[in-house]
Design a protein around this ligand. Sequence first.
Ligand SMILES: CC(C)(COP(=O)(O)OP(=O)(O)OC[C@H]1O[C@@H](n2cnc3c(N)ncnc32)[C@H](O)[C@@H]1OP(=O)(O)O)[C@@H](O)C(=O)NCCC(=O)NCCS
Length: 284
Amino acid sequence: MALPFAIKGDHLLRELVPYVVATPANLPLLDLSPFGLHTPAENILDPLRLQSATFLDLLHKLDGLTFGPEGMPMPKWVFYDCSELPGAIYGLARPAATVWPKVRELFQIPDDYQGLVPVSMYVAIPMPQPGVWFGHNLSSLAPVFRRLELVPDLDLAGLGSLTKGLALKCFRVQQFWGATQWLSKALYIHAKFGPLALQTAYTPAHSEHETLTYGFRCTDEALRASMGDPEIELVRPAVQEWIDGRDVARLKALQVSIEAGDSWCIPASPRPVGDAMLVPVSRL
Ligand SMILES: CC(C)(COP(=O)(O)OP(=O)(O)OC[C@H]1O[C@@H](n2cnc3c(N)ncnc32)[C@H](O)[C@@H]1OP(=O)(O)O)[C@@H](O)C(=O)NCCC(=O)NCCS
């Protein structure tokens, strides 16, 4: 399998296959061949059916393995009520028959299981306006692969970006909204889609107050750029200031400015500083 343009994680599509989780009501509204990458019928899972149970358990384990260390693993009912039912899940997986032994062990895959083993997922939920979606969850096992040396000769770098880019195309998203923490490494991925319009900079409504709410238009160029297509160059405003996500006073001031009507964006990728990072912002 390949995409009709160059991507960073080309080899990932030789190792992994796409899957979709959606109800029969939501499924016809999705693009099951995002950028021509076909999702085989047997890789489409209906959360309303008993036969999906083991795969959905594995997805829940994937969430625990990736979000657990971030302190935000999803209870299973949230997964059902806020992901599988109202929205859709897109990701990449490996058939159990060929899954790597250490990954089989990590997931504690039942011996008789013949289905898919997910290594990434993207979950989004449609908002009331047509084409507008909220990104609920991005998980990639790539860092776990690296940390636990699950398959030493296979580098899954690029998996998170590729999964989010394909998922937004699959869900036919036109305008995207998401929420993430100022210190989340996922910001390196989100910024690949182009300048991120800030809707909040300090968010007491979220359990993590140092959360930002951001959005971007989901053009094909934005999605291709996110996957590393070298032919796409997005227009980005100049960086005005670098924000340290631990500087709560600055985040609060930014929030006050947004609420007063000023437009701010994250124009480009964060800059790593030791284990932490600085996030660029620009006033438009
Ligand atoms: C965040 C997560 C999805 C990343 O998955 P991944 O497969 O490693 O992602 P990718 O390889 O596509 O992209 C990671 C990018 O971050 C960059 N990055 C990560 N840590 C970095 C650091 N310390 N310094 C510089 N760049 C860094 C990588 O270089 C890469 O960018 P590049 O492709 O331009 O090189 C994964 O770690 C995860 O599941 N985390 C837990 C859950 C989570 O936080 N989800 C996001 C919620 S909003």
